[in-house]
Design a protein around this ligand. Structure first.
Ligand code: DMJ
Length: 529
């Protein structure tokens, strides 16, 4: 009898909580100031009240079974690719055909190498290696995206080299970069958006005579590591162009001079946050935030600092500026429901959250694990605890996008109403990794099983809705229970989504985070102490 009463009491409390959390409230537009941050403990608690599973669910599966499931998912994805698309860029899993939309340069095998290695899928790894050995970049059928080629091809092959020591991979990485060197031969010496492999500067293409933050800020981990392995300083020199530009701006304090911003489209500076675009003349314009076209710029400030032994103080300063900017200008909490909203800044605050922005909890936690905010005399208006609270709260919101969708999978972008409710803006689910990426870092930091449960729920939803006989497919609309696939399996599904799920369920000795740092495409590179 006592047990029944206890169960009834728990259900009643849970129901009241749910009603309280979902009740409508006044719209707000309150910035996260110090006072709000002081309540972070409370918010942290509340953010955990996102339901993990309905009480009628069976007990959680053992962690080993979860790991086995994820490895089986990778086997299914890879064998499907091999059957219908071997050597092509990507698998089209519904039509059981292939796509060469990246120029026919074998993106999936290069991107998959280290995931297959980590999962100990030796036969599959040998298949991928054989395909990589046959790639002829010169035969690419169209201009290559410089950013994507570096994060997938160069990151993937350097990681495979770091894990195996096979020279094939180092040679492949070096040849790939050497065929793209002319992409840096333009205004500001930043990388072009796309170019022909092995071409000249005349082949360089830009989007509207400007550079994007993520594109010029996310090649340094790969190129600096390549320089370290080959001893060739020319790769570092390319990184130094961006470094000099950023240091030139901030040498006299945060760049507040309006002349640095495009007169037609000025978005005035917010400390720590750079507008999305830089003109050929070196002037900034556009929105600021952690979403598409900006995200990995900030990620690489932190990760380079870690990768190269925490010696580059300027990277840490800019990273801490960026965290300060996020906490001050981009993170809002809805009143009453206290849901974290990580938006972006145009001329005003936009409460729009992309799936892409959900990598930020992972980045913040990685910074905390590496002591990025623990330096004496750092004189910042936020503490390590504030950063952990922000990461925890943003992750809870990101997980909501999955938990509250009718099929358990998130859309690509959501628009908040500042009362904590949101509408899905782009309902596509393209097998993206960012949420499970953050769950992995949060689990490594807290060892709170909740994060594994959340990741497991996502893995199950992927298997239930996106798995087809010939692989895994992106979905058109996660707001409908009727599933419509869009016949695409991006290479980052194996490279990132499945890898992060695997790492989430692995113990800490698999890729220890004081020895390895994962690139923006989840390729582990060794930390150089
Ligand atoms: C990945 O290719 C990389 O993580 C990139 O930086 C942005 N996101 C995609 C996958 O969503």
């Amino acid at each position: 009898m006592a047990q029944i009463l206890a169960v009834i009491a728990i259900v009643a409390v849970y129901t009241v909580l749910l009603i309280l959390l979902s009740s409508p409230s006044e719209p707000i537009s309150v910035p996260l100031g110090k006072a709000q941050r002081a309540e972070s403990k409370l918010r942290q608690k509340r953010s955990f009240e996102v339901p993990v599973r309905p009480s009628s669910d069976p007990p959680p599966m053992s962690n080993d079974r979860r790991l086995e499931t994820v490895v089986e998912m990778a086997e299914h994805a890879w064998s499907s690719y091999m059957r219908a698309a071997a050597g092509a860029d990507e698998l089209r899993p519904l039509s059981n055909t292939s796509s060469n939309r990246w120029g026919g340069i074998g993106v999936t095998p290069v991107d998959s190498l280290d995931t297959l290695l980590l999962m100990n899928l030796r036969r599959e790894f040998e298949e991928a290696k054989r395909l990589v050995s046959k790639i002829d970049m010169k035969r690419s059928s169209k201009p290559l995206s410089v950013f994507e080629t570096i994060i997938r091809h160069v990151g993937g092959s350097l990681s495979a080299y770091a894990l195996t020591n096979h020279t094939l991979f180092l040679t492949f990485a070096r040849d790939t970069v050497d065929g793209l060197l002319h992409a840096f031969d333009g205004p500001l010496s930043f990388p072009a958006h796309s170019t022909r492999f092995g071409g000249t500067r005349d082949d360089n293409e830009y989007v509207g005579n400007k550079y994007m933050l993520a594109e010029f800020g996310s090649f340094q981990m790969e190129l600096r590591f390549l320089a370290h392995l080959t001893g060739d300083r020319k790769y570092v020199a390319l990184c130094d162009k961006v470094k000099d530009f950023l240091l030139g701006l901030s040498s006299r304090g945060w760049p507040s001079n309006p002349k640095l911003y495009d007169a037609d489209q000025p978005i005035m500076p917010h400390k720590g946050l750079f507008p999305t675009f830089v003109t050929f003349e070196g002037k900034f314009f556009g929105a600021a935030g952690y979403a598409a076209m900006m995200d990995s710029f900030y990620e690489y400030l932190l990760k380079q600092w870690i990768q190269f032994g925490k010696k580059d103080a300027w990277l840490l300063t800019l990273y801490e500026d960026a965290v300060e900017g996020m906490l001050e200008y981009l993170l809002r909490y809805s009143e009453n429901t206290n849901n974290a909203i990580l938006g972006y800044l145009g001329h005003t605050f936009h409460p729009t959250m992309d799936h892409l922005a959900c990598f930020t909890p992972g980045m913040l936690i990685l910074g905390v694990m590496h002591g990025a905010h623990d330096y004496p005399n750092r004189n910042r208006p936020f503490s390590t605890e504030d950063v952990v609270a922000a990461a925890t709260d943003i992750a809870a919101t990101c997980y909501r996008f999955y938990a509250e969708s009718p099929i358990g999978l998130a859309g690509d972008s959501a628009e908040f109403n500042l009362n904590g409710t949101y509408t899905v803006r782009y309902p596509k689910y393209i097998l993206r990794p960012e949420v499970v990426e953050s769950l992995f870092y949060l689990y490594r930091y807290t060892h709170d099983e909740r994060y594994r449960d959340w990741g497991w729920n996502i893995a199950q939803a992927i298997n239930l809705n996106a798995r087809v006989p010939a692989g895994y497919t992106a979905l058109d609309d996660i707001t409908k229970s009727e599933i419509v696939g869009s016949d695409s399996m991006e290479s980052f599904f194996i490279a990132e989504t499945l890898k992060y799920l695997f790492l989430l369920f692995s113990d800490d000795s698999v890729l220890p985070l004081d020895e390895w740092v994962l690139t923006t495409e989840a390729h582990p590179l060794p930390i150089l102490h």
